[in-house]
Design a protein around this ligand. Sequence first.
Ligand SMILES: [Zn+2]
Ligand SMILES: [Zn+2]
Length: 243
Amino acid sequence: MFLDQWLDSFLHTTPWTAFAISLALNTAVFAGSLFVGALLQRLFASRAVSPPPSPITSHELALAACTVFLNSVVLHAGWLLWRAKRVHLEPQLEYEFAALLGGLFGAVLIALVMDGLMYALHRVAHHRLVYSLLHAPHHRYSNVRPLTLFVLHPAETLAFGGLWLVVLLVLQPGWWAIVFYLSLNTLFGVVGHTGVEPIPPSWSRFPLLNRIAGGEVHARHHQEPTRAFGFYTTVWDRLFKTE
Ligand SMILES: [Zn+2]
Ligand SMILES: [Zn+2]
């Protein structure tokens, strides 16, 4: 398959080429996120959960460019771990239904682990000793737009990336679980910064579904930074009474 060959060449290429590929992939994820975000804003315009943002500033653009670059550095670190056989990603992929389903379950498991760890990290980021140094740039924009997802202090980007690499080393989830989890993570990040709520109101009647953090939860966090710290679910906010 084309993907197997491509992964095999990626694994055996030079570090500079690998970094260039990482940069290209992250730029594509950035562009795709802005596109999906704009699409969601258009589709769910009637369900706005945040006031319209002010015009884009050069400060936002500079931080977003920095985030894309640092995400590429994190991906490159992942590539180095893969090459050193510390992370096991077999280039020969399985395309059977069972392998894809296993990947989906793996992704949900990673998301649940990361949800708890990121909630804890987010609470630390809001501690008065850390907030003004690291997290304030993200909260400078209380009226979110898809670009806000990438408006992060460089140390925050590296902290999230570092946490992800540790989880990767410990769980060794395999190729499909990683691909599905990273897609899920990007989607949640985009939805949280669209300023609209794509989740149907009827979901609030169903257990588990009503715990998924949609657009409103993170938009509310930008409006009221002492509440709603969860990224994928509201489970931890409920447990620690920060809903
Ligand atoms: Zn945010
Ligand atoms: Zn915050």
